[in-house]
Design a protein around this ligand. Structure first.
Ligand code: GTB
Length: 219
């Protein structure tokens, strides 16, 4: 069976691959699993049919036969469990790769999201100028720790894994800010992720979907 994922009908990032369907596409591409995409509008996301799959009315979701999942962590983990290539066979190495997935989502991503919100959604608030540097420092503090752990290794723990896929996906959100460039080993790490053929296919697919919608809208 071919799984179906949902994605923004028209991504607000203009096809830059920052919406979270990209990490799911990337995982599917890494394991060679074809997939279909059901684009959803912001209105559809909050309607009953979508809420039945995603209780928080967001994208992406993942449906395969009787199984319906939401949350990119759970989706990527499921894909990695179903196919070879994203988690090591050795039980301890596998547990460590899963640990990095959790670390990406629950220790590194929150400060990055907070930073994004402070820049994009709160910049007109009277306290924004004072808050932004604080939030940026929280991001730097995590990046410094991550940078120290990565050192000059290519990936976080041996061969590329779902842990790296998730960490790179989380860090990518920082690229436009320039903060990532303060940690050369982390920007090289992200670049290695982006250079993977599976990432390129995932990026191109979401970009082409966005461009397709744009040109259809202009007709
Ligand atoms: N924890 C969930 C997961 O990992 O699956 C979070 C899912 C989530 O945040 N989904 C977002 C969404 O559906 C899209 S990815 N938002 C609509 C809503 O909540 O109503 C977040 C996102 C949105 C936009 C950009 N962008 O424009 O750059 C980047 C990322």
């Amino acid at each position: 069976m071919i799984p179906t994922i949902t994605a923004f009908e028209r991504s607000p990032d203009g096809g830059k691959g920052l919406a979270r369907d990209t990490r799911v596409r990337w995982a599917l591409e890494e394991v060679g699993q074809p997939y279909e995409v059901r684009p959803v509008s912001f209105r559809e996301m909050k309607e009953a049919a979508h809420l039945a799959v995603h209780p928080f009315g967001q994208i992406p979701t993942y449906e395969d036969g009787d199984l319906a999942l939401f949350e990119t962590g759970a989706i990527v983990f499921h894909i990695a469990e179903q196919h070879a290539g994203l988690l090591p066979d050795d039980a301890n190495a596998r547990a460590r790769a899963i640990t990095w997935m959790f670390a990406a989502l629950s220790t590194v991503e929150p400060s990055i999201l907070e930073f994004g919100n402070a820049k994009l959604l709160e910049s007109d608030k009277p306290w924004a100028k004072e808050r932004l540097p604080l939030v940026a420092e929280r991001v730097r503090s995590r990046l410094k720790q991550l940078s120290a752990r990565l050192g000059d290794a290519d990936w976080l723990d041996g061969a590329f894994s779902a842990g790296d896929l998730m960490m790179v996906s989380v860090l990518l959100r920082l690229k436009p800010s320039g903060i990532l460039d303060e940690y050369p080993n982390l920007s090289a790490y992200v670049a290695r992720g982006e250079a993977r053929p599976a990432y390129k296919r995932a990026y191109d697919a979401q970009y082409l979907a966005f461009i397709g919608k744009e040109s259809a809208g202009k007709k």
